[in-house]
Ligand binder design. Structure first.
Ligand code: LEU
Length: 450
């Protein structure tokens, strides 16, 4: 369905939009990234701060993105140009496009790992029985040169294919089935994982904060970055998706559903991973490989493990695709408008470039494993740090300030569907004060200014 006035693609229904936004939010971030960042940042304190960031910063900014997109009906750069012509706010859009490029470049690498495991399970399960088990299997696989690149390219080809035919046709329907299936599977696996003997340790790791770590500014930055990453915030993915929404639909309900589902997924993923991490004696702070080592351990201990493994990695790969699609769409929508490219041309060219940018992230575990960019972070981790902990919060800060200060208050409240209610006014107040101030303080303290 196209909008008769603008000719822009539109979601088939309100549910279609919510599902697409959920598809963007739920992905590797909830399972792979949440688990390893929580593991590295000490568990409970991180989880608490993460949830606080979601409530105080995430929900208001998510509403801001939906509102901007639906009102402006343009891509992430064009939206600011439309709503605030002749002002520098459009820079926020460029930051968003840059974030989408960087994130999809390494997201494709990790999604490729998930694809690899999926196919291994289809073929009877990865060979993790030998010495070193699932850990040596993972190390051998992800440090090799070609295999991860091939899987990354398969992920990128599928993502490009979906954006090529149009986001609406591409993902609206499949999310309706895949998302509930992934939820059921994660719940089942969490239930099983809790019986493995590591439940007590895992629950106290996740839910009893170690208050002394509240003094560590890096935990705040990690929680903030994870909130933005997991909700797909700060880069305009949700501005772009909001722009395909007709004006009849109500935004606040959609925002709350997306945030609730995304957060539940992360907590459930924590309940699935950490009991097994402790039961199998893995280290919670073992980094980006955590999920790829722990989950095969779980499947290995199950009699129907190969079936569960196949299903799980299939659904994780599908969730990664619907997130990848939203990233590619940010850039594609911009290039289509700016250079009058066709959707097909933009999808192929931009997707191809992003694949190339992602190659060093993959090689960073093998041929380029001596390279560290930020501190002792490898290439992928550095890309992730720059995009998730700096660009996304910065983009979010600007989006909050735009709606809170740059835009006409009455128009913003009206466009948001809050109407002239106390919630509407509170929303604007948060975007003016709490959200930007919190982001700034977290930033400044993490670079040692406080
Ligand atoms: N929100 C997505 C996820 O959790 C990532 C985003 C950058 C598209 O996987």
């Amino acid at each position: 369905m196209n909008d008769l006035n603008t000719g822009r693609e539109q979601w088939g229904s309100r549910l279609g939009f919510i599902l697409a936004a959920m598809g963007s939010a739920v992905g590797l971030g909830n399972i792979w990234r949440f688990a390893y960042v929580a593991g590295e940042s000490g568990g409970g304190t991180f989880l608490l701060l993460y949830i606080l960031c979601i409530i105080a910063i995430g929900i208001p900014i998510l509403m801001a993105e939906f509102t901007i997109g639906r009102r402006a009906k343009s891509d992430v750069v064009g939206s600011f140009e439309t709503l605030a012509p002749g002002t520098p706010w459009f820079v926020t859009g460029f930051l968003g496009v840059a974030s989408a490029f960087i994130i999809l470049s390494f997201y494709g690498v990790v999604a490729g790992w998930a694809f690899h495991y999926f196919i291994q399970y289809v073929l009877g399960g990865p060979a993790i029985g030998g010495e070193g088990g699932s850990e040596s299997y993972f190390i051998e696989f992800h440090t090799s040169t070609y295999s991860p690149l091939i899987w990354q390219s398969i992920f990128m080809i599928l993502t490009i294919g979906i954006v090529y035919v149009g986001v609406k046709k591409g993902i609206e329907k499949s999310n309706k089935i895949l998302m509930p299936l992934l939820a059921i599977l994660v719940i089942l696996l969490a239930g099983y994982s809790l019986t493995l003997g590591g439940a007590q340790e895992a629950l106290s790791f996740l839910f009893s904060p170690d208050w002394s770590s509240l003094r560590d500014p890096n935990v705040y930055l990690a929680a903030l970055g994870q909130a933005f990453f997991s909700l797909s915030l700060g880069m305009g993915a949700l501005i772009t998706y909001g722009s395909y929404l007709s004006s009849k639909d109500k935004l606040p309900g959609a925002a709350v559903s997306v945030v609730t589902l995304d957060t539940l997924f992360a907590i459930l993923a924590g309940l699935m991973i950490f009991p097994a991490v402790f039961a199998f004696g893995n280290a919670p702070n073992s980094g980006p490989g955590l999920v790829f080592i722990t989950l095969p351990d779980i499947f290995n201990s199950l009699s129907l493990g190969v079936v569960f493994g196949t299903l799980f990695f299939f659904l994780l790969s599908a969730a990664a695709i619907s997130s990848g699609v939203s990233l590619l769409e940010v850039a594609v929508a911009y290039f289509m408008r700016k250079f009058s490219w066709s959707r097909k041309k933009a999808a192929i060219i931009i997707g191809g470039i992003i694949f190339l940018i992602g190659i060093p992230s993959s090689l960073g575990y093998g041929a380029l494993n001596h390279v560290t960019l930020i501190g002792d972070r490898d290439i992928l981790d550095s890309m992730d740090f720059i995009a998730s902990n700096i660009f996304l919060p910065l983009g979010g800060l600007l989006i909050a300030l735009f709606v809170g200060v740059g835009w006409n208050k009455a128009e913003a409240i009206e466009a948001s569907d809050f109407g002239n209610t106390w919630i509407g006014h509170a929303w604007i107040l948060i975007l003016r004060t709490i959200a930007p101030v919190a982001i700034l303080i977290i930033f400044l303290s993490s670079i040692g200014l406080f």
